[in-house]
Every structure is written in C-alpha cells, then in structure tokens.
Ligand binder design. Structure first.
Ligand code: C2E
Ligand code: CA
Ligand code: CA
Ligand code: CA
Length: 278
C-alpha cells in the first residue's frame, strides 16, 4: 500500500511537472512569437444597419504557429495574460491596427475605424504605454477617433484608480471606447453613466436565440432604447442569420457584426471588399 501511494504521488507530480513544462513552453513560444512577428490581425466588418456600409472592422488576433498552424485567441490569450506577454502583444496589436487604419483611410479616401480588444492587464499597467500610443497616432497623422478601444464589463467592475484614469486617458487622447460582451457582467448598468463610452456591443449570447426566445428579444430592445437615451450606439455581435438581422434592424440597432456578413479575414480580403463598396 505504501508503494502504491508513492506511485500515485509520483504520477501526480509528474503530471504537474508536465503541465508546468507545457505552460513554460507556451510562454517561451509566445515571447518568440512577438520577436519573430508570428502574429496577424484578421478583420471582421462591422456594418451600419441604416446604410449597409462597412464603417469599421474589429481586429482579431491570430497566431501563425510554426507547428500548430493558425491559432485563435482562445488557444493562447489565457497564457499570454498569465505570463504578462499580453502587454507586448497588446502593444503590437495597437500599433499594427493603427497602421492599417491609416493605410485603409488613404486607400479609400474616407474615414474608417478599427476596433481593438484590450486586455484588463493593459489597464492595470502604467500610463506610459498609452502616452506612447498617443504619440504614435499623432506621428501617423491618424485621427484618434479612428481607433475604438474595446473593453469588457469585467474591467469596469474594478473601480481602482488606474482603471478609471486609463479610461479617461483614452478619451482625452480622442480614441473611442466600446463596451464589449455587454450583458454578461453583473450590475454594470450604473457604470454606463459614470464612464464615457461610445458603443455598446450586445453579447452574442443574447443574439443567438433572438428568433426563438421572446425574452432575448425584449432584452435586446430594452438595451437599445436605453443605450440610445444615454447617447450610445449599439453593435450586435455574433449575428448569424437574416432573421436575427431583421429583428435587430426593427429594434433600432445601429450596427451588426457576424457570420451573416463575414467571418474575420486577412486584411487583403477585407480591402478588396471595401474597394468594391466605394
Ligand atoms: P470578442 O471580442 O467577443 O470577439 C468576437 C469573437 O466572436 C471572435 O472570436 C469572432 O471570430 C467571433 N465571431 C464573430 N462573429 C461571429 C458569429 O457570427 N458567430 C460566432 N459563433 N462567432 C462569431 P475570436 O477571433 O476567436 O476571438 C475571441 C476573443 O479573443 C475575442 O472575443 C476577444 O475577447 C479576444 N481577442 C481577440 N483579439 C484580441 C486581441 O488583440 N487582444 C486581446 N487582449 N484579446 C483579443
Ligand atoms: Ca471584441
Ligand atoms: Ca465581444
Ligand atoms: Ca462575446
């Protein structure tokens, strides 16, 4: 029995060791990925429901892993956050998205916005990075409102000074702010008044059963009315069907994003679509 116990124990530790080794390896790979430019941004159009035009696109991170192929954030964002590499990645994402916005605006000869996702870790850091971003945007001669920063409700639950200050900093830089995954956090309604937000993004979980669930429809309608009264525009996320689209339009939703229009795609593909649209 003693032996079996020891065996179990050693299995346990070797499992833990393996897991720890895997995490270490992923962290090291992520660091190399930053250095070796293995990241890409794919873009998903956000469509104005009144005009049908693509006014904006959300930048979604992809990792072109040398062995594992193209990875979505679900495969690595957790590790990037836990290891802190997310700060470097976030910096790369912002600059890359700003460059792309500039290129598209020049190409199209009209305003075009890009939304970038922000990890909460970025907000807890110092203000220095954001100041650098401000200078970067200035040097590019890019109108700051070309960049929309997407933050989640979870971030607003953290009332600490830095979060409030960082948000204020973004706004004073002239960037726009979208509240992502709206409806999934707790009691965030009160914060809408307190924070200066431009867009609400209704989470996909409310859009999914829009046609079958009258409760979800009522919620979406309510969110849209409330958001408009507060002066916010509404984006519906994860719209997959024409029926959902029609219901959202009827409810007065401003923008929609989802597979019904397009999956996230490499910039060259979106560029071809944008060119065709002008
Ligand atoms: P999110 O910000 O909520 O992004 C929307 C996700 O929904 C994307 O997944 C997109 O591909 C997917 N999606 C879009 N339309 C549809 C649809 O019609 N149906 C369904 N089922 N899904 C749809 P993706 O690209 O895998 O990204 C997952 C999450 O990873 C994002 O969720 C965001 O939280 C995070 N993320 C993405 N890029 C970045 C980044 O650059 N930095 C950080 N910190 N997080 C990122
Ligand atoms: Ca987002
Ligand atoms: Ca979202
Ligand atoms: Ca979501």
């Amino acid at each position: 029995a003693k032996n079996a116990g020891r065996n179990r124990y050693s299995y346990f530790t070797s499992d833990m060791q393996a897991a720890a080794q895997q995490r270490l390896r992923l962290t090291r790979d992520l660091q190399m990925a930053v250095a070796n430019e293995q990241f890409e941004l794919h873009y998903q159009p956000i469509v104005n429901l009144r005009t049908g035009g693509i006014e904006r696109a959300e930048a979604l991170l992809r990792w072109r892993h040398p062995e594992r192929g193209l990875l979505a954030p679900g495969d690595f964002i957790g590790s990037a956050e836990a290891s802190g590499v997310i700060l470097e990645i976030g910096d790369w994402v912002f600059r890359h998205a700003a460059d792309q916005a500039k290129r598209w605006q020049e190409e199209l000869g009209r305003p075009f916005q890009i939304s970038v996702n922000q990890s909460p870790a970025q907000f807890r850091g110092g203000q220095q990075v954001f100041e650098e971003w401000g200078r970067y945007v200035e040097r590019l001669q890019l109108a700051p409102r070309s960049i929309v920063i997407e933050i989640t409700e979870r971030l607003l639950l953290d009332h600490s000074g830095p979060v409030v200050e960082r948000l204020g900093q973004f706004k004073s830089m002239g960037l726009q702010v979208a509240l992502d995954d709206f409806g999934t956090g707790h009691s965030v309604l009160a914060h809408l008044k307190k924070f200066d937000i431009d867009y609400l993004k209704i989470d996909r979980s409310f859009v999914m059963d829009l046609a079958g669930d009258s409760g979800d429809l009522a919620l979406c309608e309510g969110i849209i009315v409330m958001a408009h009264k507060l002066g916010l525009k509404v984006v519906a996320e994860g719209v997959e069907t024409e029926t959902q689209l029609a219901l959202l339009k009827a409810a007065g939703c401003d923008y929609a994003q989802g597979y019904v229009y397009a999956h996230p795609m490499p910039p060259a593909e979106l560029q071809a679509q944008l060119r065709g649209q002008v």
